[in-house]
Design a protein around this ligand. Structure first.
Ligand SMILES: [Zn+2]
Length: 206
């Protein structure tokens, strides 16, 4: 399973641990950049790559039914443990069989930015949303985080989190891979929360 990384942002660039990076090529950007000087990415590019209306972001989108009932139950339990500890975050999973050249970080960026707010979802909640995108066909994963959520965990930490999904995925257990994602994310958030003096991450969602 290969880790990739996407994000949501106000200025078409992502801010993680104080560094802005291009969601397309990952290169560092200036704080006020409107496009990426390396690859010329602008936020509008993801609309061109993924034309049409973005689907609503559901807690778990699994149109092909790759997760079975007991797997979904385990995912719920693991996610609830994380939500009890860090209630400000919203978690979304999109698992599908996609073409090998689907740029997962851009897909995540597009979904996070272009999907309409769903039900009573607020813009603040979207900013705290972390979306895990899984290409089940080729075993690739990416994380896209709203601009509030992405300040809480670094790119390198996401890479570590996503890498822990590889073993259960290779063993043919996608739900265990997703549980691993939630468990490892919780441990990283816990560590960062303690390290930050319990301040930056101690906000409840509005
Ligand atoms: Zn770029």
């Amino acid at each position: 399973m290969t880790a990739q990384r996407g994000s949501q942002s106000r200025s078409h660039a992502r801010r993680a641990t104080g560094i802005l990076r291009c969601p397309a090529c990952g290169n560092t950007l200036k704080a006020d950049a409107k496009w990426c000087p390396t690859c010329n990415f602008t936020g509008g590019d993801s609309l061109a790559i993924f034309p049409g209306a973005a689907p609503p972001l559901l807690p778990i989108s699994d149109p092909l039914g790759l997760l079975n009932t007991s797997g979904l139950r385990k995912i719920s339990r693991t996610r609830d443990k994380l939500i009890r500890r860090f209630p400000q975050f919203q978690w979304r999973i999109s698992i599908d069989r996609l073409a090998i050249d689907t740029p997962l970080p851009l897909l995540g960026f597009w979904l996070l930015n272009a999907s309409p707010l769903h039900g009573d979802e607020t813009a603040e909640q979207r900013a705290w949303t972390v979306l895990l995108v899984v290409n089940a066909e080729h075993g690739k994963v990416a994380v896209a985080a709203g601009y509030a959520a992405e300040t809480c965990i670094s790119d390198d930490e996401w890479k570590t989190v996503l890498s822990t999904m590889a073993a259960p995925w290779a063993a043919g257990n996608p739900s265990a891979a997703i549980c691993q994602f939630f468990d490892t994310t919780r441990r990283h958030l816990e560590r960062n929360w303690i390290r930050s003096g319990n301040q930056a991450m101690n906000q409840r969602q509005p």
